[in-house]
Design a protein around this ligand. Structure first.
Ligand code: SAM
Ligand code: DTB
Ligand code: SF4
Length: 344
């Protein structure tokens, strides 16, 4: 049978139907990868990968019940709750991340939402990390409009807040806050003028249609998230989702590829779950349009590949860390034709 011709546009669209997204997922694997790789090289240099480092500035003891999370106080996962780190200790980690080659430093706290009294402390961390010349990102839970503005004023470039899954699967994973709460926080972040980092987790027992639903919801937000972390569930003993059937690795690659097609100008981050991926699986994800990773031995509480393994992988694949230009803008390849045809 002759190959099917796939047309694509790199102009952001916000009106994706579930059927359209599902049709992308259902493409033969080589066609989907060709399409995603074509979109990727129309908007970015496919040899460049943005590198972020993550630090848990306040670990564990969280009151929420997210079924995947080792930091929820109610699950017995062996994660010890800590207090908020000191600014000096955070800065030391940020200096190390910069020396190791990271361009963005993301600070995560196991909060449902920050208390107003926490904001000046986090704001001090943000402004000092930014003064080191790093892009700043934080993930602190739900934010009010005022808190978002205070973080922006401190110099925060990105706020990470994930939708996590499709609206119709959400209540099987989280019960202590609604999808709408997440959407509200994202709009406060956008209104304050920050960039959004928003994605989700796959491998939680959802069906393909629900993976399509997550990506559809992300792409139909008022603005595409600037970064889209695609996490593969890290199964932690003691969490309700521990023991979930493993996702087929090719289905993970498909998810990355569909994210790339739906959100052509966003950074698609190969996020949690990389430690247990082979180099070959990660290479397929880069071919499918992933162009960002978390770099450094630890995510928040779970492991990530050693820096040496990542450096070796970059060298073997001929990938380079993406440079950052002034004011935290990442460099995009400027080939942005409105529509292309690609014989897949
Ligand atoms: N507490 C804040 C919140 O929930 O927004 C910030 C930190 S929270 C750990 C950030 C994100 O990490 C979650 O939204 C989820 O997508 C991801 N995450 C947490 N545990 C994970 C796991 N076991 N596997 C994959 N991703 C996970
Ligand atoms: C995101 O989407 N993934 C990161 C970051 N945003 C904050 C967190 C992954 C956490 C994995 C489990 C852990 O290490 O605790
Ligand atoms: Fe708490 Fe965030 Fe973990 Fe949910 S994902 S339990 S809100 S730390």
């Amino acid at each position: 049978m002759p190959a099917v011709s796939q047309t694509f546009s790199v102009e952001p669209r916000h009106d994706w139907s579930r059927a359209e997204v599902r049709a992308l997922f259902d493409l033969p694997f080589p066609e989907l990868l060709h399409l995603a790789a074509s979109v990727h090289r129309a908007t970015f240099d496919p040899a460049e990968v943005q590198v972020s480092t993550l630090l848990s500035i306040k670990t564990g003891g969280c009151p929420e019940d997210c079924g995947y999370c080792p930091q929820a106080a109610r699950y017995h996962t062996g994660v010890e709750a800590t207090k908020l780190m000191s600014t000096e200790a955070v800065l030391e980690k940020a200096r190390q991340a910069k020396a190791a080659g990271a361009s963005r430093f993301c600070m995560g706290a196991a909060w449902r939402s920050p208390k107003d009294r926490d904001i000046p402390k986090v704001a001090a961390m943000i402004s000092e990390v930014k003064a080191l010349g790093l892009e700043t990102c934080a993930t602190l839970g739900m934010l009010s409009a005022g808190q978002a503005q205070a973080l922006k004023d401190a110099g925060l470039d990105y706020y990470n807040h994930n939708l996590d899954t499709a609206p119709e699967f959400y209540n099987q994973v989280i019960h202590t806050r609604e999808m709408q709460d997440r959407l509200d926080t994202l709009s406060h972040v956008r209104d304050a003028g920050m960039k959004t980092c928003c994605g989700g987790i796959v491998g939680m027992g959802e069906h393909r249609d629900q993976r399509a639903g997550l990506l559809q919801t992300l792409a139909n937000l008022p603005a595409h998230p600037d970064s889209v972390p695609i996490n593969r569930l890290v199964q932690v003993e003691g969490t309700p989702l521990s023991g979930t059937e493993q996702l087929d690795p090719f289905e993970f690659v498909r998810t990355v590829a569909v994210a790339r097609v739906l959100m052509p100008r966003s950074m698609v981050r190969l996020s949690a779950g990389r430690e247990s991926m082979s180099d070959e699986l990660q290479a397929l994800c880069f071919l499918a349009g992933a162009n960002s990773i978390f770099y450094g031995e630890k995510l928040l509480t779970t492991g990530n590949p050693d820096a040496e393994r990542d450096m070796a992988l970059f060298a073997r694949l001929g990938l380079r860390p993406m440079p950052v230009v002034e004011q935290g803008e990442t460099v995009h390849a400027d080939i942005v034709e409105p529509a292309h045809t690609c014989a897949a």
